[in-house]
Structure formats: C-alpha cells, structure tokens
Design a binder for this molecule. Structure first.
Ligand SMILES: Cc1ncc(COP(=O)(O)O)c(C=O)c1O
Length: 396
C-alpha cells in the first residue's frame, strides 16, 4: 500500500529541492563546499546564549514556556521596533508579526494570497525557498528580468501593465542567489510602480545586516509602506535554529496572516522569542554583529580576490558589498551542471544557477558560490580548483 491515491492535488507543485540533493553530495568526506547557504556555526553566540537562557528564566519565569499570542511575544515585538527603525522600516510593536523564520511568513503569504493559477511575479533568478513555499498553492510564475543591479524596473512595469499579479516577490538586498543589491534610484521607481498599479510587493530582507562595505540602501518598504510586506529574520545574526522571523504588513494582510499562522502552529516558540527579545533589547545583537561581520568580510574578500586571480576570461561575477553569495556566469555554451559534476570529482561543490530559475532552460551557464562556511585559505584553494577544472575541461 503506497497511499499515493490519498495525496492532495496540491502536492503536484511540490518537489524535493535539487539543492538538498547537492547538499547530500557536500556531506561526503573530503568535499569542500561553496554550495551551502547557511551561516558559519562559529558565528553563533554560544556564550551569550548561555547568559540569555538564564536571563529569560529570571525575567519571564513560566511565561517563557507558556502558550502565547499568535502575533508574537510582546517583548520581542517591542524590541524589534528599534531594530526595524535602524533598518529604515518604521513600525509600531502592534504592526509586527513574528513567525517561525522568514520561511514561516512566506508560507503564510502563499496560503493567504495564492489560488491555483494566480500569477506571481518573481525575479529571474530568485530564492528557491520562496518558490518551495508558494508551489503548494499552485501559482503561475511570471519572470521579472534582472541585470547586475537586480530587478529592471521596466520589466516590472511591463508585467504590471499586462498581468494582474497577486504579488511580487523580491530580495532587493544582497539577493540569494546573486548577491545583487537594487540601487536606490531603481527602488524609487519600483515603489512608484507598485503604488501606481496598486500592487503588493513582498520584500524579503534576511541579509541587509550583513554589510561589509558601503552605505545601506533604504528598503522599498520605506518608500511605499502601504504596498509592501517586509520580511526579515534573526537567522543570520543570531541563530537559524531558533526559527525567529518577522514581518511588517499592511493592516488587512497582517490580520489575515495572523489567522493563517494560528491554524499552522498557534505561535512561534515562546522561549525562543524571549531569547530573541533579550538578545536585541539587552544590546547583545549590536555587540555581536561586528564579530559576525569580521568573520565573513575577509571570507568574501578572499573569494573575490581568488576569482580575480584564477578565473579565466569569459567569466563575470557579482561584487556584492555584503550577504553570503557570489554569482558567476560563464561563457555562452558553458553547461554549469556538467562543470559541477567535474568539480565534484575534484572535491569542490557549488550550486549550478539553473536551479534558481522558474523557467526551464534559463541560467545554464550560471553558478552560485557561498563564502560563509569555510575560511580564507580553503576558499582560495577551492576557487583555484574550480579554475583548474575549467581549464582542463576546455583543453579537452
Ligand atoms: C532570501 C531568503 N529568504 C528567506 C530565507 C529563510 O530564512 P529563515 O531562516 O528566516 O526562514 C533565506 C535563507 O537562506 C533566504 O536566503
């Protein structure tokens, strides 16, 4: 008995992520991975965690272990007001909703807004986790064109003029997978367009705190507050295993998001939210963030320098000022999936970029490289191996 006949129609849109398969390969002994997309374990503030655990028990007692409001643990919502203001998102505690990671918000958005066949506009390439969150609700994806500066506003305008999209999903800052950041002038144009067409933008912002150089760019939420659901997370600046994400949504959307979430998990872990509240309000986040930045900054620089040093002509790559990823495009005709197989044989893994496109056949020559998981000498050696494998492939 397989029970296949019992499965709901919506599972047709669901599939195991190709990246999960790649991550299994990465777990093989001796493999050096530029494939993952996760924070370095040494970035987790374990000493602070111990202190916070005691603080939470002292401050909140049994309340930290009790059922709580679906909207979010009140002290965390209050602590996030200042954190969000610092990121350029004005919000009161009542406007903030906590979820089990940004992923929890993305799923709730899908459930709330997407009916089968609804058009949903996404950047090409886009974040795979959002596609996985939306797929069970069976949308039709509409691709938005991008260049080195992220979304091209004219492409958004064209889509908004011709298609009644339910939502637009963007990662405007240090995007996963490309590392690109949409500059301010484009953000203003995007804000103008969504206002003009009365459209709803989902702005996913997990990476803006990880800025190694340059000046912060205001979130689109600050430019068109009524038209944007802004999502962020503590996964990259505290610990992803705590599953603390949050959003600021227009009032109607927020009301429904809370109802949707109630049916899923009643609320996010009270204890973890209390840890997060103390992490922010006690000034620990502000003190620990520089440690995370000083861990990742040299790793990113090592990757950029290694790419300059070893990569042959014909390759282009992004030069982000922060985040966790670099995006490379090989010469026309390069099959990055085939290249990946050769690199795996030499014990270096990355993610072929085609997996981040919703259109089959797109991005065949592209690749995503992560630099947060290994140290500078290992990054240099891995990039060098990639370049050597490529030269060997070419000479054959
Ligand atoms: C663009 C983007 N959104 C959301 C997430 C998920 O984050 P969380 O751990 O908060 O669910 C990630 C994680 O890699 C991401 O890259």
């Amino acid at each position: 008995m397989t029970f296949e006949h019992l499965l709901a129609e919506r599972i047709q849109g669901m599939s195991a992520s190709a990246i999960r398969e790649i991550l299994k390969v990465v777990a093989q002994p001796g493999m050096v991975s530029l494939a993952g997309g996760i924070p370095a374990p040494e970035s987790f503030p374990l000493d602070i965690m111990q202190e916070l655990t005691q603080r939470v028990i002292d401050h909140y007692g049994p309340a930290a272990f009790q059922y709580d409001r679906t909207e979010g643990f009140a002290p965390l919502c209050e602590a996030l007001v200042g954190h969000l203001a610092h990121k350029g998102v004005p919000a009161t505690a009542d406007e903030i909703t906590i979820a089990s990671g940004s992923q929890g918000v993305l799923d709730a958005i899908g459930k709330l807004l997407i009916s089968k066949g609804d058009p949903v506009a996404v950047e090409a390439p886009t974040y795979l986790g959002a596609i996985q969150a939306f797929n069970p609700y069976q949308p039709e994806y509409v691709c938005l064109e991008t260049d080195d500066q992220g979304l091209i506003p004219a492409s958004l305008e064209q889509v908004l003029r011709t298609t009644p999209v339910k939502l637009i999903y963007l990662v405007p800052t240090f995007q996963n997978p490309t590392g690109r950041t949409i500059p301010l002038a484009r953000r203003r144009e995007i804000a103008r367009l969504i206002q003009k067409h009365n459209a709803l933008l989902v702005e996913d912002d997990p990476y803006s705190d990880l800025r190694y150089r340059g000046e912060p760019v205001p979130p689109i939420k600050a430019l068109a507050p009524e038209h944007v659901v802004y999502i962020s997370t503590l996964s990259k600046t505290f610990a992803p295993g705590l599953r603390i994400g949050f959003c600021v949504a227009p009032p109607t959307i927020r009301r429904w998001l809370v109802l949707v979430k109630q049916g899923v998990d009643l609320h996010t872990s009270t204890f973890n939210q209390a840890l997060a509240a103390e992490y922010i309000s006690g000034g620990y986040l502000a003190r620990h963030l520089p440690t995370i930045l000083s861990l990742y900054r040299p790793r990113q620089e090592a990757m950029l320098q290694a790419m300059d040093r070893y990569f042959p002509a014909g390759f282009n790559w992004s030069h982000p000022e922060g985040g966790m990823f670099l995006w490379a495009e090989g010469p026309e005709g390069l099959d990055a999936a085939e290249f990946y197989e050769c690199c795996i044989a030499c014990n270096v893994a990355f993610v072929p970029g085609k997996y981040f496109y919703t259109e089959p056949g797109a991005g065949l020559a592209t690749m995503r490289f992560n630099y947060t998981m290994i140290d500078e000498p290992a990054i240099d050696a891995a990039v060098r191996t990639l370049a050597e494998v490529y030269s060997e492939q070419m000479s054959r």
